[in-house]
Design a protein. Structure first.
Length: 217
């Protein structure tokens, strides 16, 4: 795997909020996003270079956007990005929850930015300058930052659901799609109760503080 990941995308500070009538769709979409992330991490752990490259392509804009918020110089942002990817190479096999990778990357990037800023204060005349960081593919960076925020919020809320509810939501967004009859047989519940249970699960997720804050932002 190549840890020398380069990125050139950044975002401005605010990501678009979802309209109220799209709340359930946002939650289900965020759950569904967990599946490819988990698959990519699993494949990358097994030495799949294509999976690693896809992770880099997907999340490099997230790292650059955070560097921009910290107003780092281009050279410092390069250093942060390199450090974050090297840390991921080292810790990829020990990530307890592969679906939480976006949150891990965001947290690690913030720590690295703090390290660089602290070091720059020790050098007279050294000032961060966000203008050194290119601002291409802004829309892509916004999308990835929102995706990361949704992952962090959703994983927090999702773990609060009862195990049976977690299983139901996972089966409802299964790829390829499963029929209600198949889900009924797998979980041992009446097919007619799946819709109402799904609604109650989504309502619980919507009421979770992390999800409510993200939806209403």
């Amino acid at each position: 795997m190549n840890a020398n990941a380069q990125g050139g995308s950044t975002i401005e500070d605010n990501a678009p909020a979802a309209p109220a009538n799209a709340r359930s769709g946002l939650i289900v979409a965020a759950v569904a996003d967990d599946l490819p992330v988990t698959a990519l991490v699993t494949r990358a752990r097994n030495g799949d270079k294509q999976a690693w490259d896809e992770l880099v392509d997907r999340y490099a804009p997230l790292i650059w956007s955070i560097c921009r918020k910290y107003r780092l110089r281009r050279a410092d942002a390069d250093d942060v990005g390199q450090s974050v990817w090297l840390r991921l190479v080292d810790q990829l096999g020990s990530l307890r929850d592969p679906a939480a990778l976006p949150g891990w990357l965001a947290t690690t990037t913030q720590r690295e930015c703090g390290r660089v800023l602290h070091a720059s204060r020790q050098v007279p005349g050294q000032r961060p300058d966000a203008g050194d960081i290119p601002d291409k593919m802004t829309g892509m960076a916004e999308s990835e930052l929102l995706r990361a925020e949704r992952h962090v919020a959703l994983r927090d809320a999702f773990t609060q659901l009862p195990p049976k509810s977690q299983q139901l939501i996972a089966l409802l967004i299964h790829d390829p799609p499963m029929s209600y009859a198949e889900i009924s047989a797998k979980l041992g519940i009446p097919a007619g109760s799946i819709g109402p249970i799904r609604g109650r699960c989504l309502e619980k997720l919507r009421r979770h503080p992390a999800i409510a804050t993200l939806i209403n932002a």
